[in-house]
Ligand binder design. Structure first.
Ligand SMILES: [Zn+2]
Length: 378
């Protein structure tokens, strides 16, 4: 059944202002939308009668002058969102204001290929919907993050590393067979950036680094996710200076990812006789003051910082937020900071903040919710 939101144009704009928390009253809506108060009231009444908006306090006190508070109706719908990793999927349901209803993590091997992975995802969504959402509350959109490049024009995965069988796969089309809804397929670092951006009020230009098994970066320009033609922010295959030569999964020598990704650090640790299963284990080793791990993380931070130096001079962001499972290793951010401050122009770093990401481990899911709402309200 098609459950597209029955709104568009100005009505959609008003609903989005309430959903994102920017407007709480009819007066806010009039001020922010530029519409006349009478037009706002007319459209708000329509949205209420469609069951999408509710107005707290209406009908109880007629004497007060306090404006009645608008909110999205809890029965207006839910969004199903996921963030696929190499070995697990984090997934859940959000209400239309982006607040999580349920979020959980399930084992999921992305190397099993797109059909098996996406079917596992859809089954998990259906289970969560059955348990956590009443029958009369519709699903309004489905979105997933992919740990590889995604072409925004076709929603296909393009030459991803460590994802056999995924190249060229029509992810959105496949999910569309099951859900006749707005479907969002996006690079995971882009989703993380979209979620993180909401936690930096007053900062419109951000680079959000994801340091996990791979290295990704999402770019927010003037408050909006910048996709380019799909590869924007992909810093993993920038060539770094090195005395030795390491072949990257992309076939070129000396990419940043071949030296500074969690996968590269795990393989370097294995060469020293230390076996770890995932990047988070490297963080534990650093916390336990294992010198090989600390030295490797410090080196990774320095190399990432050297690549960022060029980008900071060029793009001059307000913030570099560092997230992903490796970011909990303290020497990573310290080394990134040292490299950037040493080499960048003073004007570029004067007000630059290089800090741990604020949105937490669900940043990508929250970003998926924000972007899906945009898609559902077009
Ligand atoms: Zn490469």
């Amino acid at each position: 059944m098609n459950q597209r939101l029955p709104v568009s144009g100005a009505q959609g704009d008003l609903l989005r202002l309430v959903a994102t928390g920017r407007a709480e009253s009819r007066a806010d809506l009039a001020r922010l939308s530029g519409l006349a108060a009478s037009s706002v009231s007319l459209r708000v009444e329509e949205l209420i009668s469609l069951g999408l908006l509710g107005e707290e306090g209406s009908g109880t006190s007629r004497g007060g002058r306090r404006p009645r508070r608008l909110r999205l109706s809890p029965s207006a719908g839910v969004l199903a969102v996921a963030d696929l990793g190499a070995h697990h999927a984090r997934l859940g349901l959000l209400d239309l204001s982006g607040a999580p209803l349920v979020i959980e993590e399930r084992p999921c091997e992305i190397a099993r290929g797109p059909e098996a992975t996406l079917d596992l995802l859809s089954d998990a969504f259906d289970e969560l919907l059955a348990v956590h959402v009443p029958d009369d509350v519709p699903l309004r959109g489905v979105g997933t993050g992919i740990p590889g490049p995604v072409d925004p024009a076709t929603s296909r995965v393009v030459t991803p590393s460590r994802m056999p069988g995924w190249n060229g796969f029509p992810v959105a089309e496949h999910l569309g067979l099951r859900y006749d809804l707005p479907i969002l397929v996006e690079n995971d670092a882009n989703l993380m950036a979209a979620g993180e951006a909401r936690h930096w009020p007053g900062c419109d230009n951000l680079m959000v680094l994801k340091a996990g098994t791979g290295i990704g970066c999402g770019v927010i320009v003037n408050g909006h996710l910048h996709r380019g033609r799909g590869a924007a922010g992909d810093i993993s295959h920038v060539r770094v200076r090195s005395d030795s030569s390491v072949l990257c999964a992309c076939g070129h020598p000396d990419c940043l990812e071949a030296y500074a990704s969690g996968a590269a650090l795990m393989s370097a640790l294995a060469d020293s006789g230390i076996t770890v299963a995932r990047p988070a284990d490297i963080v534990s080793l650093v916390d336990d003051a294992i010198p090989e791990a600390t030295s490797l993380v410090r080196g990774a931070g320095r190399r990432i910082g050297e690549v960022l130096t060029v980008l900071v001079n060029f793009f001059n962001p307000d913030v570099i937020a560092v997230g992903g499972s490796l970011s909990a290793a303290e020497p990573l951010i310290t080394s990134i900071r040292a490299a950037v401050y040493e080499r960048c122009l003073p004007l570029a770093t004067r007000d630059l903040e290089i800090a741990p990401a604020r949105a937490g481990r669900d940043a990508a899911l929250l970003g998926a919710g924000a972007l899906l709402l945009e898609a559902a309200l077009v």
